[in-house]
Ligand binder design. Structure first.
Ligand SMILES: [Fe+2]
Length: 187
């Protein structure tokens, strides 16, 4: 089973850009929060979250086309590779999310981007961010416009949850790591 330590080692072989590593960490902690919600293995979900954009820095135009081969060789299971591939459903491939882990990853990839952007606007960062204020940003399509609301809504629908419910879980999980995620109070 993919461990956090191994995910770290593997991502380090392909990814050096700080903003990509920060994104990987955002997704990692959000996945940890959702794993806890579903009563699943937090460290395993975090490891998958951390590694999900394995080939992005090297192949932004062919994202996820350079993932299955190397990760299979690195010892990931078919289920783990499928979970990573499925976050590109409709965007990069036709691997439809089936499990809660896959649906969660598909959702939080975009959702954490809006959470990060919203937290960065606030003097105290994520530390005092309420779900209601986040939802205002979510509904404002011009805010963090690159983060695809339709994907997030579709992911939540797959999970059978409301956006605000999933977002609240992610915010709580990310809050615990505000310093590492650089979304704490402004100095
Ligand atoms: Fe991502």
């Amino acid at each position: 089973m993919l461990t956090l330590e191994r995910a770290n080692e593997l991502l380090a072989t392909t990814t050096t850009e700080p903003h990509l590593i920060l994104h990987a960490k955002n997704v990692m902690y959000a996945m940890g929060g959702l794993a806890k919600h579903f009563g699943e293995d937090e460290n395993h979900w975090k490891a998958i979250g951390y590694l999900h954009d394995y080939d992005y820095q090297q192949h932004p135009e062919e994202h996820l086309d350079h993932t299955a081969g190397p990760l299979k060789e690195a010892g990931l299971t078919d289920e783990e590779i499928r979970a990573i591939l499925s976050h590109g459903y409709t965007l990069r491939n036709d691997v439809e999310p089936h499990t809660n882990m896959e649906k969660s990853l598909f959702t939080v990839d975009e959702l954490t981007g809006i959470i990060q952007a919203a937290a960065r606007m606030r003097p105290l960062g994520i530390t005092d961010m309420e779900i209601s204020s986040f939802m205002k940003k979510f509904k404002d399509k011009k805010f963090a416009a690159k983060c695809n609301r339709e994907v997030i809504k579709k992911g939540c629908e797959m999970l059978g949850m409301e956006v605000k419910e999933v977002a609240a879980i992610c915010i709580e999980a990310m809050k615990e790591h505000y310093a590492e995620l650089e979304i704490g109070p402004k100095a």
